[in-house]
Design a protein around this ligand. Structure first.
Ligand code: F6P
Length: 369
């Protein structure tokens, strides 16, 4: 692509960074369509910040922006690379912030729109403060852990997929009188497990923010068995940890203990380990289903399409007004711009008294407390 092309008033670059998620293409479409109303040219940067550093770009015009609303993944490709820590072939990392900034100017960009999760917000803020470039960001992640926004797009679709999986696993659980353990993503937060677990009628939901006690899980499952319920559904967030592990981690942080690598038998995945313990203790066959990347793929839900579109349009509006350095966020009924300086480095965890947590407690769903 030629550099500094176009007779338009502004040239804007857009990239997607971090794990893919449903709604990215809907957001790209919304930014592009909205900007085109103002005669602004949109340049797609490939594979996240890597494409900016390597100067790999595509034109995003009317044709390219067609048919994107329902498309999963990201047409731009993505990577988890950070400009200040680019991996080299020999395994080392180098700071390529200057290269990224140089290419921003070489492309004649007036603003860089970054679609990503918490890490991307941090990287965009770093580029803006160190490189002096204009950025606007959008919050995407199935984990829903981005600070400052009520919801990030991708979450609703992932929760829907996980819930549907739980619904289907209910059939086998009840027919075979089994305990089904469903391992869901969410990194080190429990939004996805909590949402899908509540929606899917789970009996136990384990999340990283509330370290679990095995005895508490056993007592819930035993009680169900005694009540004549011959199956149970256990939803485990990938980042869930036991109270013992949490204490151990705290002791290490406090310098009271040294890391003990065989504390948890990492040879087998946590869910399998838990399932074995549960089966032995409760006496019901226990099986594990790990949903993994299924939760990130495919078409976005209508809710995510609408959210991604609203956030994309808001990003375009901010660019037209030269209102940079902000992440577009859902706050109650509104989409607002939040200063990136407030978002960068923060994370939205499930609080122990969050209404979703209290709702689960009120239904006697065990959180392993
Ligand atoms: O952040 C989204 C997410 O899917 C997390 O839930 C998960 O921990 C991680 O990405 C997996 O990353 P990768 O696809 O790089 O294995």
């Amino acid at each position: 692509m030629e550099e500094n092309i176009g007779s338009q008033t502004k040239v804007v670059g857009i990239l997607t960074s971090g794990g893919d998620c449903p709604g990215l293409n809907a957001a790209i479409r919304a930014v592009g369509k909205s900007l085109s109303e103002h005669d602004v040219e949109l340049v797609g940067i490939l594979d996240g910040f890597t494409g900016l550093i390597e100067h790999r770009v595509v034109h995003l015009g009317f044709q390219e922006l067609s048919g994107l609303l329902t498309l999963g993944g990201t047409i731009l490709g993505t990577s988890r690379n950070k400009p200040h820590k680019m991996p080299q072939q020999d395994g080392s990392y180098i700071d390529m912030t200057d290269q990224a900034v140089e290419n921003y100017h070489r492309l004649g960009l007036d603003c860089l729109v970054c679609l990503g999760g918490g890490g991307t917000q941090k990287n965009a803020f770093r580029l803006m403060s160190q490189g002096g470039i204009n950025v606007v960001t959008l919050p995407k992640t199935i984990d829903n852990d981005i600070w400052g926004t009520d919801l990030s797009f991708g979450y609703d679709t992932a929760m829907t997929i996980a819930c549907e999986a739980i619904d289907r696993l209910h059939s086998t659980a009840s027919s075979h009188h089994r305990i089904m353990l469903i391992d869901v993503m969410g990194h080190n937060t429990g939004w996805l497990a909590l949402g899908a677990g509540l929606a899917g009628g789970a009996d136990v939901i384990l999340i990283p923010e509330i370290p679990y006690k095995l005895d508490s899980i056993y007592s819930t499952l035993r009680k169900r068995k005694e009540q004549g319920k011959r199956f149970s559904i256990v939803v485990v967030a990938e980042g869930a940890i036991s109270q013992k592990e949490a204490e151990h981690a705290q002791n290490i942080r406090d310098g009271l203990q040294t890391p003990c690598f065989n504390f948890f038998p990492h040879q087998i995945p946590r869910s399998e380990f838990l399932a074995n313990l549960i089966e032995e203790e409760i006496g019901l066959e226990t099986r594990v289903t790990t949903l993994g990347h299924l939760q990130r793929g495919g078409i976005p839900s209508p809710t995510d399409r609408v959210l991604a579109t609203r956030l994309g349009v808001a990003a375009a509006e901010h660019i037209i007004k030269n209102d940079y350095g902000k992440m577009m966020a859902l706050k109650g009924p509104d989409i607002i711009g939040i200063p990136l300086s407030e978002v960068a480095g923060e994370k939205k965890f499930v609080t122990p008294d969050h209404s979703l947590v209290n709702t689960a407690r009120s239904l006697s769903i065990s959180l392993g407390e």
